[in-house]
Design a protein around this ligand. Sequence first.
Ligand SMILES: C[S@@+](CC[C@H](N)C(=O)[O-])C[C@H]1O[C@@H](n2cnc3c(N)ncnc32)[C@H](O)[C@@H]1O
Length: 269
Amino acid sequence: MTDLDKLNSLVAAVVKKSKYRKICVDFIRRIGEQEIAKRASLKEAIKSTCSKLHQVSGAFLENHPDFSQWLTQLETLPQDIYSIEIKQYCREKMQAHTSTYERLPTIDEFFHRCLRSLAPIHSLLDLGCGLNPLALPWMPLAKDPMYQGIDIFADMTGFDQQFLQHTHLRGRVSCADFLGELPKQRFQIALVLKIIPLIDQIEKERTRQWLESIPADYLLVSFPIFSLSGKGKGMLENYSMRFTQMLESGNWKMERIEFSTELAFLLHH
Ligand SMILES: C[S@@+](CC[C@H](N)C(=O)[O-])C[C@H]1O[C@@H](n2cnc3c(N)ncnc32)[C@H](O)[C@@H]1O
C-alpha cells in the first residue's frame, strides 16, 4: 500500500465516525499524514488521528448541537443584532462551545477592553471562530463591519454563516483548515482566540511563522487560563512566558490584558 492509499483509507475510516463526519477533509488529511508517518500500522494511525481531532476540535463541542433546530428558532427572531431577543439567543447558544461558554462571564468587558483602542472595528478575520459570530453583538463594531470566520466543522460554520445573513452582517464563515491557505485580503484585526495551544499540538515549529503570515494590522491573541479539565496548572504564567519569548525578536508591540478565565494580548508591528 502506498502512503497515498494509506491516507485515503485513513480519511475514509475517520469520516465514517459520526463525531468526525462534519470535519473538513483537508484538516483530517493534515493530521492523518503526520500520524501515518509516526505510527507502526494504519490501525494505530486511525486511532491516533481520531484522538488528535478530539483534542483540537471535538472536545470543544462535546454535545454536538442540532444546528438545524437552532436555525428554525433563529428564523422567528428579529434581525437586529442588538435586539434583546437576539442577544439572549446568542448567550444561550454560546454555552454549547466550551470556548465561548468560558468567556460568557466576562463577555460584557472582554471585547470592549481588548478592542477599545481600535474601535470602531470595520473588518475582522476570526481564525478557529467556533461560535464567535454570536459574540459580535458584544464587539465595538463600525456601522457596516465585515466579518470572516474559519473553522473546521461544516455544520457549525454553515450555522454561523446563516446567523450573519439573518442579522444582515457582511462577510462569510468558511469550513477550512487555517493552517492551509489564509485569505488574500487584509483585515483591520484578526482574532486568534485560544488557538495557539492547538497549533502547538500539531505544528509547534510553525506557530510563530504562521502568526506572522496572518493578513491583519492587529492580532488579538488569547490563551485559556484553565484547561478543559478545569485545572489551572500554572497555565497563565507558562503561556505568558512562552508567548513573549516566541515574539521577542519579532519587533511586535504588545498589550497584555488579563481576565478571570483568559489571558489576551493585543499585538501589532
Ligand atoms: C479552543 S477553540 C476556540 C474557539 C474560538 N476562537 C473562541 O475562543 O471562542 C478552537 C477552535 O478552533 C477550531 N480549529 C482547530 N484547528 C483548526 C484549524 N486547523 N483550522 C480551522 N479551525 C480550527 C476548532 O474546531 C475550535 O472551534
